[in-house]
Design a protein around this ligand. Structure first.
Ligand SMILES: *[C@@H]1O[C@H](CO)[C@@H](O)[C@H](O)[C@H]1NC(C)=O
Ligand SMILES: *[C@@H]1O[C@H](CO)[C@@H](O)[C@H](O)[C@H]1NC(C)=O
Length: 340
């Protein structure tokens, strides 16, 4: 009932000059609170549809359910063909496309770059622009369903690694996919001697504070949830800046998977996270992070791993409830200029 009343009041508020039954001026104190209530309710409904929340409005990614595979990971069979489904805007996919130039993968590993078009996809938003190798599917939904004999009931997310030889899903979790691809690679990513535990801790810290911290800002449904997330982002920025002030990469002299997992965040922070998601801070205030990002961007193959304009623009175009007007601000699309 309050919803219905607010729709009525909203309509009348938006048409104050038109000659209609509703055209008589309604005192502002009467229509502002219900209209706010209405818009907030719709926003909450749409945001919770997109992303799970706890009772205090905190965005909670279903991270524990994110893997098909309980550790230890199996090794992929070098005799099988594997296929990757990646989407340019998605930061978790970006981890994989970023890893590809560093790994020497056999030709039996192939890639489909997905398009993001919620209006065309059956569910989940990812469409297949060209010929799809598993079953000619039009969208990622079709791939998930075909590979599971229509038994899949999870979300239709990218990245996805599929075994084409057995037509089965292998993993939709970027950490697992990175590890699995490493087992097929003639040149796995560098991990300095004895640094595995530190790498695990850094990955976990920056996932919580920066990579997922940005999303927790953007999808917060209460002030307290936003304040917590924003404080985490600032702490993450400060710690990363301090680390990189006297070290070329996060773990020291060499580019490792910790840098690889952070770089997709860096590409999106100023253009999307700090504006659309209200994540605090701009990379302009963090010269060592910028210098590090420039260093990573100049490594062979990195520039081709992402179309920044498309990736950043996608946030503004596809997250309708955060940006109902669909307006995309002018953002830097050139990776080298982004960190200049
Ligand atoms: C990945 O697959 C699991 C297992 O079916 C599913 O529950 C989950 O929603 C999928 N997506 C993510 C992001 O974990
Ligand atoms: C999967 O696709 C193949 C090839 O198009 C088809 O023969 C098969 O029936 C499909 N399976 C399901 C469960 O849709």
């Amino acid at each position: 009932m309050p919803l219905l009343l607010s729709i009525l009041l909203l309509v009348s508020a938006l048409r104050p000059c038109s000659p209609s039954l509703l055209s008589s001026p309604i005192p502002q104190p009467l229509f502002v609170p219900p209209v706010k209530f209405f818009l907030r309710t719709i926003n909450s409904l749409m945001v919770s549809e997109l992303a799970p929340h706890d009772s205090s409005g905190r965005f909670v990614r279903d991270y524990s359910a994110a893997s098909f595979i309980a550790p230890p990971l199996p090794t992929l069979d070098p005799a099988h063909s594997y296929h990757l489904y990646l989407g340019n805007p998605c930061p978790w996919c970006h981890r994989i496309s970023l890893a590809l130039p560093f790994l020497s993968l056999p030709a039996s590993v192939t890639v489909t770059m997905l398009g993001d078009d919620a209006a065309k996809a059956t569910k989940g938003g990812w469409v297949v622009p060209g010929e799809e190798p598993l079953c000619g599917a039009q969208d990622l939904y079709g791939v998930y369903m075909n590979a599971t004999d229509n038994s899949y009931s999870g979300r239709f997310t990218a990245p996805l690694l599929l075994d084409l030889t057995t037509s089965t899903l292998v993993s939709n979790e970027s950490n697992d996919i990175l590890s699995l691809l490493g087992t097929l690679s003639a040149s796995p990513l560098v991990m300095p001697e004895g640094m595995e535990e530190r790498a695990r801790e850094e990955n976990e810290y920056y996932y919580t504070h920066l990579q997922n911290g940005a999303y927790r800002c953007g999808f917060a449904l209460s002030q307290v949830a936003y304040d917590e997330a924003a404080a985490d982002v600032l702490a993450g920025l400060a710690r990363l800046e301090a680390t990189l002030a006297d070290s070329p990469f996060v773990l020291g002299e060499e580019f490792t998977e910790v840098d690889l997992k952070l770089f997709p965040w860096a590409c999106r922070h100023d253009g999307a996270y700090s504006k659309l998601f209200k994540a605090p801070g701009s990379l302009a205030e963090y010269p060592s992070i910028k210098r590090w990002a420039r260093r990573v961007a100049s490594l062979p193959g990195v520039e081709g791993s992402i179309d920044v304009g498309d990736a950043v623009g996608s946030y503004y175009r596809s997250l309708f409830m955060l940006n109902p007007s669909g307006i995309v601000p002018k953002v830097e699309t050139d990776l080298t200029k982004l960190f200049a």
